[in-house]
Design a protein around this ligand. Sequence first.
Ligand SMILES: *[C@@H]1O[C@H](CO)[C@@H](O)[C@H](O)[C@H]1NC(C)=O
Ligand SMILES: *[C@@H]1O[C@H](CO)[C@@H](O)[C@H](O)[C@H]1NC(C)=O
Ligand SMILES: *[C@@H]1O[C@H](CO)[C@@H](O)[C@H](O)[C@H]1NC(C)=O
Ligand SMILES: *[C@@H]1O[C@H](CO)[C@@H](O)[C@H](O)[C@H]1NC(C)=O
Length: 445
Amino acid sequence: MPTPPRSLLAAAVVLMLLLLLSPAGAQETCSGIAPAPRRRGAWMSVASFGGRGDGQTLNTAAFARAVARIESRRGARGGTLLYVPPGVWLTGPFNLTSHMTLFLARGAVIRATQDTSSWPLVDPLPSYGRGRELPGGRYMSLIHGNGLQDVFITGENGTIDGQGSVWWDMWKKRTLPFTRPHLLELMYSTDVIVSNVVFQDSPFWNIHPVYCSNVVIANVTVLAPHDSPNTDGIDLDSCNNVCIEDSYISAGDDLISIKSGWDEYGIAFGRPSSGITIRRITGSGPFAGFAVGSETSGGVENVLVEHLNLFSMGVGIHIKTNSGRGGFIRNITVSEVTLNGARYGLRIAGDVGGHPDTSYNPNVLPVVHSVTIKNVWGQNIRQAGLIRGIRNSVFSRICLSNVKLYGSASIGPWKCRDVSGGALDVQPSPCTELASTSETGFCTT
Ligand SMILES: *[C@@H]1O[C@H](CO)[C@@H](O)[C@H](O)[C@H]1NC(C)=O
Ligand SMILES: *[C@@H]1O[C@H](CO)[C@@H](O)[C@H](O)[C@H]1NC(C)=O
Ligand SMILES: *[C@@H]1O[C@H](CO)[C@@H](O)[C@H](O)[C@H]1NC(C)=O
Ligand SMILES: *[C@@H]1O[C@H](CO)[C@@H](O)[C@H](O)[C@H]1NC(C)=O
């Protein structure tokens, strides 16, 4: 056997030394997922475009003019930073452009106008076929981007305030003609960083990257009242290579959910969500801390979620799909979760969520396999949870390892159906479907 060249051996030794010397406990971060934020070549303030941060002046045109100016520069000299000074910047929806940083200074608030009558509409997403809530188009997100590259939304923890209560009221009274707007939606975009910003009171989902790649969301705070309808924190939708970390989310629906389109529209569009890391998230809300679905028709795979610190939740972890969805949910790992207070610890269910219309094919069944939930510690839990597959599409290789859920009195037992997998060190005692299957080699501590 030929001996490896000396230089290779030397390189190996150096690499080993570097590994040994690297500081113990250094935290993993999202670096490398999107290009590191760089200094922009130019700087301009929204105040120079006729904007006024007095909380009264409507700044929609000022934002549009500033973005048009940045766009006309076509990324010259490393792009442009748009500075939003301290103050309250009332605005209607506006678009972003490529090679820009939207920078919210400390004390800067971008506040959505509550005059919803002139709010523009955008087309339905192709993977949904219609608005998520109502047929037809959807209201444009307050901050919107389509087909962009190299976009940062960051600053000194300034606030993007949706003033969503007018929308929530219209939704409750059923007077809305179309689907409510998100606070931030980026479509078909790559190399995106959203960091050090507070999102507050979104009319609908707060942050919605859809058909995007290379996305980092870090150090964000998302706040909406627990009784505000469908104010999900972050919904990743048909996106790949995404990392979310170090964020606090308290909202009216799921805190973070991974989606990929809705029934026949999502199947036809066929764009999965994959390569997703989520870590160090704290929060609470009436639905799930971490969710997959229920819209998963393009498929969801290769997801790692770790270090969730959840309190006062409806459900800790919720993986949800339905007959007619098609698609797949596979290679999902969730670990290191503390859960203080929840109706359900865990739900993995094949009968959740409605359909866009009556044209879906109920015989198109999702495939769910290789889901590992490990190192979960819960207290004040009412029901351990349920794992309910689909009769003709049994959920397989579902692994629960070191999942300990406690309640004040007697915690409701696991309920399982149409599922196989393994369970190790599970409290309360796992259902027989998981405890007794022979498929356990893959499920370890
Ligand atoms: C935003 O950009 C889209 C193109 O992606 C365009 O159709 C729309 O008119 C723009 N809307 C506003 C309010 O600028
Ligand atoms: C998040 O905040 C930490 C600490 O302030 C900082 O080191 C890190 O770079 C931030 N992350 C991003 C993506 O901005
Ligand atoms: C912004 O908030 C994050 C926590 O989300 C914190 O780590 C960071 O230091 C804050 N940055 C500033 C400039 O206040
Ligand atoms: C499963 O997903 C992880 C990311 O969480 C990835 O590193 C790994 O390669 C995936 N495994 C397979 C078999 O695709």
